[in-house]
Ligand binder design. Structure first.
Ligand code: TRP
Length: 459
């Protein structure tokens, strides 16, 4: 029966292919670049604990809802939500959840590609030996030299978007699936080798103390909001990526179990990334709370001094590049699926058209680091604004709308039909989290902003 409805897209060839792709989406710059420095600033173990609570208490329930919505609609996010809303006799306006996804993913990928470009540039410089001159007093200047080099980061932005487009153009099975089944094992292998090396040459004892002994004095409302935002970003939630991937999941795959596997792997990689980075940071007396520069400014100082460090550094930046690529394809997919469906253009043309548009918006981020660095408004440079809008506004908003729609507006039998493998207890618990806990937590973000004057003041 269901087969008589022409499926507009292919499905994943297996459950494993889907899980690999979703882990590939989740594991990215967020795990290896952002998580360690946020943990470093947020009191180590204290941040890790808050983060874990958000991942499993809020992130996983929203991920299950997003996957269920995607599979039920079996289309690109805006059309999937519209279709499900129709089936449930609800307003088509709910499709705004899908639109936040397509537009938000567009915006995230525009800067994600530029940061991924930094990692590729550092990879080449590490393997080629150029990083050997880095010392505590010149590393920041070196980083600024890279980001201020307009043509260099433009070139890497072109290369990274080009690869992303090429993968997505080849389709679900021929492109996305092939890429992740090759890249994810390589990623895990490099990561484990780096952790082993780092624990061996670095200060393992101090690292475990730092990650396990919570320092609550560093924690304030901002840390809590940041941990929630990071949980959403790291799990690729609320921007259509997980919904788009959910659309291609075969009916017999358990979405709840998948969500736990994806979240578990994502958290595991974030913690392993910490175990790769902090032993070196402590061994060389560097600052764990160094902020966004931790990976690009602090860590290379150690690579320059360690035995075999430039090779290890090259491997580290290659790891980051791979992680970024498998995330980038999930950020391009929602838009491409939508263009295919709604505009009737081929996948290849959609991937090129969509990818080039994202590339052009990304020029704003490229320029934010050099020629236009003084052009600031609201939150700062163009890059700062796109980052803030997506991470702090669109993601919590999208998550909130998804939780409200699936939790309160879909009939329970429809939802249960998508989540048929869950036990009654599990289903009931999930529904309580989705209906009450998730919306409250997400709304808290906006209340927090209002108090801190973040939106309009200088908070
Ligand atoms: N999760 C990725 C990371 O941690 C980034 C990412 C990929 C993403 N797809 C997404 C973030 C969709 C939000 C929404 O780097």
């Amino acid at each position: 029966m269901a087969d008589s409805v022409k499926a507009p897209h292919e499905n994943w060839s297996s459950r494993t292919a889907f899980i690999f792709a979703a882990i590939g989406s989740a594991v990215g710059l967020g795990n290896i670049w952002k998580f360690p420095f946020e943990a470093g600033e947020g009191g180590g173990g204290a941040f890790v604990l808050i983060y874990l609570a958000f991942v499993f208490g809020i992130g996983v329930p929203v991920m299950i809802a997003e996957l269920a919505l995607g599979r039920r609609g079996h289309m690109s996010p805006p059309n999937a939500v519209k279709k499900v809303a129709q089936q449930e006799s609800r307003s088509p306006l709910w499709s705004v959840a899908g639109w936040i996804g397509v537009i938000g993913a567009f915006m995230v990928l525009s800067f994600y590609s530029v940061i991924a470009g930094f990692t590729l540039s550092y990879m080449v410089d590490s393997f080629s030996g150029s990083l050997s001159s880095l010392r505590p007093d010149n590393s920041e200047a070196y980083f600024n030299g890279v980001t201020q080099n307009f043509s260099l980061i433009l070139a890497w932005h072109i290369i990274f978007m080009g690869i992303t487009i090429a993968v997505v153009a080849r389709g679900i099975r021929g492109g996305l699936e092939k890429a992740v089944t090759w890249l994810m094992p390589v990623l895990f292998a490099i990561l484990l080798l780096l952790v082993a090396y780092s624990l061996y040459v670095g200060d393992a004892a101090e690292t475990f103390r730092f990650l396990l002994e919570p320092d609550w004095t560093e924690v304030d409302l901002e840390t809590v909001i940041q941990a929630l935002g990071q949980a959403f970003f790291s799990l690729s939630l609320a921007l259509g990526a997980i919904m788009a991937y959910g659309a291609y999941v075969p009916k017999d795959v358990s979405l709840s179990r998948s969500a736990f596997i994806i979240a578990g792997a994502d958290t595991g990689v974030a913690i392993l990334a910490g175990l790769a980075i902090f032993p070196i940071v402590f061994q060389y007396g560097l600052e764990p709370g160094a902020g966004p520069g931790l990976v690009f400014i602090t860590l290379p100082i150690a690579f320059a001094q360690m035995p075999g460090g430039l090779f290890v550094g090259g491997a580290f930046f290659l790891l980051l590049g791979i992680a970024a690529l498998t995330s980038a394809i999930s950020l391009l997919e929602p838009l491409v699926a939508w263009l295919e469906e709604s505009k009737g253009i081929s996948r290849v043309q959609s991937a090129i058209g969509g990818g080039v548009s994202i590339f052009i918006l990304g020029m704003g981020t490229v320029l934010s680091f050099n020629h236009w660095s003084d052009f600031t408004f609201w939150r700062g440079t163009i890059f700062d604004n796109i980052d803030f809008l997506t991470n702090n506004i669109m993601m919590p908003m999208g998550g909130l709308i998804i939780a409200l729609f699936v939790g309160w507006r879909m009939r329970r039998i429809s939802v249960r039909d998508e989540l048929s493998t869950m036990s009654d207890f599990g289903f009931r618990l999930w529904l309580i989290m989705l209906r009450y806990v998730c919306p409250l937590a997400l709304m808290l973000i906006f209340v927090g902003y209002a108090f801190k004057g973040v939106l309009f003041g200088d908070g």
